[in-house]
Design a protein around this ligand. Structure first.
Ligand code: PLP
Length: 385
């Protein structure tokens, strides 16, 4: 090929790349896990002092574990790659014999979204109790399902109760202090441990206006995600007594979660605690703003219960003959689906039915983004399909 032609084809190649690079704005509301590390987080990763964490030698990890333990009023903390592994290790430490059981909500993350790990890897039987729409477990039903032991060999032995706070499936509902008191008195009576799956415990604390440590004071173990609303790229911390955390340290190793110079992951989490944690309230305001915007689209077939939006999640439904949740989400994600601006790509997820859609707010979505997405929704909805 003559040189001039080669040059021209290279230049057209680059032009096509750069037109792709100036692609439209994406507002990703699928989850609060989609955040990307901030400049400060990346700088902290590059600068992190590290050591071999399997030997307990990584100062950055130790610092993160200690900070979070102090914030949640627990003796010790342990860094896990994921919340799934942290929940599993905590429950394996509470229910140690094969066939021991734990009580948990039928709409909990552990019941629905963790591949039954407590059964298939932990040998634990999951006794499910119905989740109320506010995320709580019905306490009468819960008590009726406890098998505290004794001479009757028919039953599993109940060892722990799991509460998820906020409750993911129940629109991010925060569970308050009064409920935790009632639960604690039951747990005490039957000598059961409480594990809080607190992936979003700080969202709960902010929404309820209480200290995070108050919310988990009756919990033997608490699991807190760093990579949800806090915006860190990776990780979950498990907090509890020194003794329990030491046991979980062994369990983490057998699950394959012992990592080495993991301070590079703890460093951005420390930045997240300092810079993103104080902003969670803004996500809740933006969630309300989004829900209020949706409620103004009622005439186009959208329905939302604005009062139910207490933290950073919004559940709404689309009730139209010509448009289901899946198709609606596809249209929102296509920048060219309408003729008028804004030409952005808004991402949300249909949740389990033809009509329900979930949107989650996080620190990389602004109130202007929310308004633009509402405008895009209005444009998409005003077309007949
Ligand atoms: C995200 C989440 C987890 C853990 O998720 P991983 O993706 O394994 O980190 C656990 N519980 C709840 C409630 C969650 O939202």
């Amino acid at each position: 090929m003559p040189t001039a032609l080669v040059a021209r084809s290279i230049s057209s190649f680059w032009r096509s790349c750069s037109s792709k690079m100036s692609s439209p704005k994406v507002v990703d509301m699928r989850s609060d896990t989609v955040t990307t590390p901030t400049v400060a987080m990346r700088a902290a990763m590059a600068d992190a002092t590290v050591g071999d964490d399997v030997y307990g030698d990584d100062p950055t990890v130790l610092s993160l574990q200690n900070k979070m333990a102090a914030l949640l009023g627990k003796e010790a903390g342990l860094f896990f790659p994921t919340g799934t592994m942290s929940n599993l290790a905590a429950l394996m430490s509470h229910a140690r014999e094969k066939g021991d059981e734990i009580i948990l909500g039928d709409r909990s993350h552990i019941s629905i979204w963790e591949q039954g790990s407590i059964s298939c890897l932990g040998g634990i039987f999951p006794r499910q109790v119905r989740n109320n729409p506010d995320g709580t477990l019905d306490l009468d039903e819960l008590v009726s399902k406890i098998h505290p032991g004794g001479h009757d060999g028919h039953y599993c032995l109940t060892k722990a109760i799991v509460i998820e706070n906020t409750s993911n499936y129940c629109c991010g509902a925060p569970i308050g202090l009064d409920y935790m008191e009632d639960l604690a008195s039951i747990a005490k009576k039957y000598r059961l441990k409480i594990h809080v799956d607190g992936a979003r415990i700080f969202n709960a604390a902010v929404a309820l206006g209480v200290e995070p440590k108050e919310l988990v004071k009756h919990a033997e173990t608490v699991s807190v995600c760093l990579s949800k609303g806090l915006g860190a790229p990776v990780g979950t911390l498990l907090l509890g007594t020194r003794e329990t955390i030491d046991r979980c340290h062994r369990i983490r190793k057998v699950l394959g979660g012992g990592m080495r110079q993991v301070g590079v992951l703890a460093a951005p989490a420390l930045v997240a605690m300092e810079t993103v944690l104080p902003l969670l309230g803004r996500d809740h305001e933006n969630a309300r703003r989004f829900a209020t915007g949706i409620s103004a689209l009622n005439e186009f077939g959208l329905k939302v219960d604005v009062e139910r939006v207490r933290t950073n999640m919004v559940l709404f439904s689309i009730e139209r003959e010509d448009l289901g949740a899946g198709k609606f989400c596809e249209l929102l994600e296509d920048e060219n689906s309408t003729k008028s601006p804004p030409f952005l790509r808004a991402k949300m997820l249909p949740q389990g039915s033809r009509q329900i859609i979930r949107a989650v707010l996080h620190h990389q979505i602004s109130s202007d983004d929310v308004d633009a997405v509402i405008e895009k929704m209005r444009n998409v909805l005003s077309i007949k399909y």
